[in-house]
Design a protein around this ligand. Structure first.
Ligand SMILES: *[C@@H]1O[C@H](CO)[C@@H](O)[C@H](O)[C@H]1NC(C)=O
Ligand SMILES: *[C@@H]1O[C@H](CO)[C@@H](O)[C@H](O)[C@H]1NC(C)=O
Ligand SMILES: *[C@@H]1O[C@H](CO)[C@@H](O)[C@H](O)[C@H]1NC(C)=O
Ligand SMILES: *[C@@H]1O[C@H](CO)[C@@H](O)[C@H](O)[C@H]1NC(C)=O
Ligand SMILES: *[C@@H]1O[C@H](CO)[C@@H](O)[C@H](O)[C@H]1NC(C)=O
Ligand SMILES: *[C@@H]1O[C@H](CO)[C@@H](O)[C@H](O)[C@H]1NC(C)=O
Ligand SMILES: *[C@@H]1O[C@H](CO)[C@@H](O)[C@H](O)[C@H]1NC(C)=O
Ligand SMILES: *[C@@H]1O[C@H](CO)[C@@H](O)[C@H](O)[C@H]1NC(C)=O
Ligand SMILES: *[C@@H]1O[C@H](CO)[C@@H](O)[C@H](O)[C@H]1NC(C)=O
Ligand SMILES: *[C@@H]1O[C@H](CO)[C@@H](O)[C@H](O)[C@H]1NC(C)=O
Ligand SMILES: *[C@@H]1O[C@H](CO)[C@@H](O)[C@H](O)[C@H]1NC(C)=O
Length: 840
């Protein structure tokens, strides 16, 4: 505190006066310790020259301030409780009289002007004497900015703007970023201040405080908030693209961000699903094969990101196209976007000409094509659809030729390019089904010198309905029987035949007679062929073998029509169809074996079996098919009802992986029951080429029990040869011995698979060897002819026919070592697929 400031010395006279006063004062009080000078005014007005001036307050601190007041505080000094605070406001001096005895005095100076620095003087007063006064400055807080406006926002900055208040030019802006407080120091004296807050995080809401500052004092701060713009989606995945809907997906880094998806179709319906951080939008109700433009905007706090724009294309519904298909082409008109259409059956794809009209030609008949449509754009290829279309199988043009005699025809076709499942050939009201590897069929049972219409279709099984080719029609003319058109050999053979017959009539009338008696069991008196005496047989055999068995072929072929004019009604009744192993091996009605039924009109008497004549009786054998799973019961009924004593079986149950016959007897000792019959196996003897079994068959009703012997020849392999003729002759001897020893008139059941080929051969062998023994002559041709009157296809192949001749030859002379292949050619037997499927 300087004296000069407090003293107001006006003149030198005053100074002299002052000096006098001092001297007086010192002498009057004597104990004055203070050396402080006194103001002249104090001297004059107070008049208490004896009172010393109190001490000043030591230190004043400014506690707080706002725009209109300043709060100050000081410590009490020397028991003083009266203070005076002096300052200037708008040029006027203001004095605050403070009376406060507290140890710490707090005082609020109010009614001040905002943002102004004041010079305060604080006096203490004691006994009417003022202290010299403590001078200190203090300022009020400036006004806040009135209003902040957010000008623009971006992903990383916010631009704000405000009006200057009270000439203030220093501002501080505070906000939190990642947990830290960030302060922007702004110094700007413009009337309108604009400030860019940068380095912000996208899509975030910020709380800002804007302070003004004057005289080192901040205003209270204006609070406001503003957000940054969210980031736009970086990539959109078309995760599903269908005919009428697409699914779009993208990653969302911030849960608070929402999205706005738009597509250029007002009919589209959009649904949304959000998982962890993947957003899926399902857009449905779209048009097929159409280009769509979509745009995705991220939205946060009312702010839109820039749009992510892309395209996608809906697929085309190829199944809805009406494709027209022929055996070599596929055509369809396809609406919608695609740029390339291809077709492939697995090999090099074909390409359709451009345009809506998708056309593929020169296709492989019956093949299945994968049609695929593609839309190629500069940005991406869009597979538009894929469909599998099978096309119509090829037509099979039949070629008909005369075959054998006038009773048969051979129908063939040149295998065309293409694929088919089966061929169906119809002639004379009959339909034959052939596999693709069969292109030849011999049709028997025709009338000579007639014209037959042949119709062939090919059929292709597909996943949907089967495809069927247009029928190919051709006509078959059968020739007159016995006239082998134009063939010199045929004419010669015919001549030789006439000669032989004439010769036989002249020389051997007894053979003719005997032959007649032998054939007496036949229903027809008409007999073909001749009886060859033992002595002539080797010659006869040689004649037939000449020229690669030409004689055998002709004799055999001439047998083709035998018996075929007879009816097979029972076998073709709907309820009996399933009882036939093969669809074309059916018993003739007149000779079929009927099962006993109580009702005479009952069709349940059917079994695929015929009576066959033997050497001495007209019902010596029953030739039947190998039982099917569903006919085993009928088979045993027949055995029981016909009082059969033995069964001759000339097949194995399974050959080359194919079931030839159901095993109708029990495998072990445990009896099997079939309807009212119980069958048990009592013995089994295995030889290298056959198995002999004995069965006991018991009828449940009356407990009657019978023995049935089973002669099972196992060495006749499928498409193979028995060990020459000898093994079979020996086997036949075994059977013959059993028949003779039994002396019963009951028929012997003989079966293989179809019951015609091997069955016919073994029956013929048995009869012919008896004939040879009794008559010293054999009529192979005539007996086979006779058998065929009773059951179709008996001795089914030419090789079996030759084999019979060989057996006779070998019975005449010791076996000559020649081995002829004997096989059952079942290529031309049509398996009854429905019957075989049953019970499998
Ligand atoms: C003390 O100060 C006040 C205000 O300045 C004044 O009014 C008063 O007269 C003074 N008293 C003395 C004794 O000087
Ligand atoms: C300023 O502060 C004083 C004392 O604390 C108070 O009474 C007054 O209302 C305040 N004025 C404003 C404008 O806040
Ligand atoms: C202060 O004043 C009070 C009464 O007003 C008195 O009792 C006290 O002794 C004084 N203290 C001093 C240090 O003068
Ligand atoms: C303060 O006291 C002085 C005398 O010391 C007087 O003149 C003045 O009016 C007072 N002020 C108030 C506001 O009371
Ligand atoms: C603000 O300051 C300028 C000069 O710095 C002065 O000219 C102007 O009058 C002042 N305005 C107010 C309202 O104080
Ligand atoms: C702003 O000013 C304060 C002091 O008022 C200082 O601490 C801070 O570092 C300044 N900020 C910048 C970015 O200059
Ligand atoms: C949608 O927009 C795209 C591109 O602009 C256009 O090619 C397409 O035809 C539009 N689709 C619809 C349904 O309007
Ligand atoms: C944001 O986008 C939507 C539509 O996508 C629009 O309606 C809205 O006006 C936009 N808002 C802004 C601020 O652009
Ligand atoms: C499609 O094209 C094929 C051959 O290119 C033509 O025969 C057919 O008439 C066309 N069909 C349509 C509907 O244009
Ligand atoms: C596909 O067609 C080709 C002829 O274009 C034919 O050679 C091939 O066998 C066919 N393949 C199939 C699996 O049909
Ligand atoms: C295709 O079918 C037509 C009749 O629709 C027939 O004339 C033609 O021969 C068949 N082509 C083939 C390869 O099968």
């Amino acid at each position: 505190m300087t004296k000069m400031e407090l003293l107001s010395v006006k003149s030198t006279s005053d100074l002299l006066l002052l000096y006098g006063f001092f001297s007086l004062l010192l002498t009057v009080t004597g104990n004055s310790t203070t050396s402080e000078p006194m103001r002249t005014s104090e001297l004059t007005t107070a008049g208490k020259s004896t009172e010393p001036a109190p001490e000043n307050v030591e230190n004043v601190s400014v506690e707080t301030q706002n725009t209109s007041s300043i709060t100050i505080k000081w410590d009490k000094v020397n028991n003083i409780s009266t203070y005076k605070l002096q300052y200037k406001e708008n040029g006027e001096t203001v004095i605050n009289n403070i009376s406060n005895a507290d140890a710490v005095v707090q005082h609020v100076v109010s009614d001040l002007t905002a943002g102004t620095e004041y010079n305060f003087t604080l006096f203490t007063e004691a006994n009417g004497v003022n202290s010299s006064g403590l001078l200190f400055p203090a300022a009020t807080a400036p006004e806040n900015v009135n209003n902040v406006s957010v000008e623009t926002q971006s992903v990383n900055s916010i631009t704000i703007k405000w009006d200057n208040v009270n000439n203030i030019s220093i501002y501080k802006l505070q906000y939190e970023e990642n947990g830290d407080t960030v302060t922007n120091n702004i110094s700007n004296a413009d009337a309108v201040v604009q400030h860019v807050v940068s380095d912000l995080t996208a899509g975030t809401e910020y709380s800002f405080t804007l302070f003004t500052e004057a005289n080192g004092v901040k205003s209270s701060g204006l609070l406001f908030s503003a957000a940054t713009v969210p980031l736009s989606v970086t990539s959109v995945r078309v995760s599903e693209r269908l005919v009428d809907r697409v699914t779009l997906q993208w990653e969302n880094p911030n849960k608070a961000w929402k999205h706005n998806l738009s597509i250029n179709d007002t009919n589209a319906s959009i649904t949304q699903e959000e998982t962890t951080n993947v957003v899926s939008y399902f857009i449905s109700n779209l048009k097929p094969g159409t280009m769509y433009e979509f745009s995705v905007i991220t939205v946060f706090s009312g702010l839109n990101s820039s749009a992510y724009v892309d395209h996608t294309v809906t697929q085309i519904n190829c199944s809805a196209v009406s494709w027209s298909v022929t055996n070599s082409s596929i055509q369809g008109t396809v609406e919608g976007l695609f740029s390339k259409a291809t077709a492939s059956n697995g090999s090099e794809p074909l390409i359709s000409p451009e345009g809506k009209n998708v056309t593929f030609s020169d296709l492989f008949p019956g093949a299945t094509y994968n049609i695929s449509l593609l839309y190629e754009t500069s940005s991406a290829p869009y597979p538009q659809c894929l469909i599998e279309i099978p096309i119509i199988p090829p037509s099979l043009a039949p070629l008909c030729s005369y075959w054998g005699s006038g009773y048969s025809a051979q129908i063939k076709w040149v295998e065309p390019d293409g694929v088919w499942t089966t061929a169906e050939l119809s002639i004379s009201g009959k339909t034959f089904t052939l596999n693709p590897n069969e292109n030849r069929l011999i049709v028997d049972g025709l009338q000579p010198a007639k014209k037959y219409k042949v119709s062939v279709i090919s059929r292709l099984e597909t996943k949907a309905d089967p495809l069927i080719s247009e029928p190919s029609i051709s006509f078959c003319s059968t020739d007159n029987r016995g006239v082998i058109g134009g063939s010199l050999v045929g004419v010669l053979l015919f001549a030789v035949l006439i000669c032989v017959v004439v010769f036989l009539f002249l020389k051997k009338p007894d053979i003719i007679r005997r032959k007649k008696s032998f054939l007496s069991g036949s229903r027809t008196s008409d007999s073909k062929g001749k009886i060859v005496p033992v002595t002539k047989f080797p010659d006869h055999y040689r004649q037939l073998s000449l020229d690669e068995n030409r004689g055998f072929s002709q004799e055999y072929e001439s047998l083709a029509p035998a018996g075929t004019h007879q009816t097979q009604k029972a076998a073709t009744l709907p309820e009996n169809k399933g009882k036939n192993r093969f669809t074309n091996i059916l018993p003739y009605d007149w000779s079929r074996v009927k099962l006993n039924t109580s009702n005479p009109n009952n069709t349940m008497d059917y079994i695929n079996a015929n009576y066959l004549p033997g050497y001495s009786s007209s019902k010596e054998y029953i030739a039947c098919q190998g039982p099917l799973p569903n006919t085993v019961g009928d088979f045993w009924r027949m055995v029981w009802e016909q009082k059969v004593k033995r069964i001759v079986m000339v097949t194995n149950c399974v050959e080359a992986g194919r079931t030839k016959c159901e095993q109708y007897w029990p495998e072990d000792r445990s009896p099997g029951s079939h309807g009212e019959l119980i069958v048990s196996k009592t013995s089994e003897e295995r030889e290298s080429n056959w198995v002999l079994r004995e069965f006991k068959v018991k009828h449940m009703k009356d407990s009657e029990e019978r023995t049935v012997n089973h002669f099972h020849f196992t060495a006749w392999p499928d498409h193979g040869v028995p060990q020459g003729t000898e093994v079979l002759i020996r086997f036949r001897g075994l059977v013959r011995k059993h028949i003779d020893s039994e002396g019963s008139k009951a028929p012997t059941v003989v079966h293989c698979s179809a019951g015609v080929g091997r069955t016919g051969t073994i029956i013929a062998l048995d009869v012919l060897l008896q004939q040879l023994q009794h008559e010293q002559a054999v009529g192979i041709n005539s007996f086979v002819y006779k058998m065929r009157q009773h059951r179709s296809h008996m001795v089914q192949t030419e090789s079996q026919y030759v084999f019979l001749h060989q057996c006779i030859m070998d019975s005449l002379q010791p076996p000559g070592g020649q081995e002829e292949n004997v096989y059952e050619n079942d290529d031309l037997i049509y398996v009854n697929a429905t019957a075989l499927r049953q019970l499998r």
